[in-house]
Design a binder for this molecule. Sequence first.
Ligand code: 1CP
Length: 346
Amino acid sequence: MISEKPLLRALNGEATPVPPIWLMRQAGRYLPEYRELRAQAGSFLDLCFTPELATEVTLQPIRRFGLDGAILFSDILVVPHALGQELWFEEGVGPRLKRLESAEDIDRRLAPDGLHDRLAPVYETLRRVKAALPAETTLLGFAGAPWTVASYMLEGGSSRDFALAKHWAYGDPDGFGRLVDLLVDATADYLNAQIAAGAEAVQIFDSWAGSLPSAQMRKWCLDPAKALIAKVKARNPDVPVILFPRGAGPFYEAFAAESGADVLGLDTALPPEWARDRLQGRVGLQGNLDPLHLVVGGQSMRQAARSIVQALSGGPYVFNLGHGVVPQTPPEHVAELVACVREGTS
Ligand code: 1CP
């Protein structure tokens, strides 16, 4: 059956007359209603693991802007947490984890058995969101890609240079490979369970792919993405998979040819015309307005959005940013962007 949902149609390879739109990090601190709820919730993890609250936060941007996709409100780091690694969010700093220090820590400190029990509240959130969404809105699940998630597990949080993760990946590829394999399996199980709970498509965030040189990018980003997507497709052949290998540059071509993703998320730096010529015959595309255009709004934002739509809407295409919405974004600019994209380019 052909879906009536515009986003699902585009993700399935259709060039829709008007591009569907959703935004990475469309829920969150730029919305006053999120800040209000966040203040009541206790910790950020409590918010992610309380289905009633996580459902409300997922729905907030849908109510306000009528976006074509609702993305589950959670975080990529709930997977290491569910594997048993200590995780907390420090106000003004971001995520912190008790770092994995050696390959021995993989067996000593990680326990894949508890995964689904710990993530059960996330599945419950998906069921609730699915029941509450308008009929035309697509529900998106997501997870982090192995390299990006592993980097947080080894660095203990955000990193500028990924020195600890690279040290391990380059110096002990067998040990690091065991961690990546474990993450491929856990993440595939997690995404398949999200689909069973109602997700109609899933996005894999490899936000830090661009930190690796190409040979390492193939080994630690492309090959694991291929394995992960194959495991999702084995169980859910008809569910579209979006892969976001941020910063991959010309290596996007290899992701298009080999990863098995249905759609690639383009980062801010990639020229839309290059993506059209080199990628769009093989995969659908999503992206890639600079989130700072959304902060500034007005004529410059509309012009930038229109030129991306013009370049990419000849094939399967989903409008999005090239990275997540930033906290200083005025919500009115999101409404303005949605109207601009839906007006068409004429
Ligand atoms: O204080 C707060 O309210 C916490 C801020 C916050 C939020 C709103 C964090 C901590 N995570 C989230 C939600 C989140 N994270 C979503 C929600 C759904 C949405 O509306 O889009 C998603 C999809 C993510 C994914 C995520 N988390 C990524 C991949 C996307 C990206 O931005 O590159 C990454 C790298 C993370 C790690 C993380 N969690 C939180 C922060 C501030 C970060 C980034 C830290 C860093 O820059 O290293």
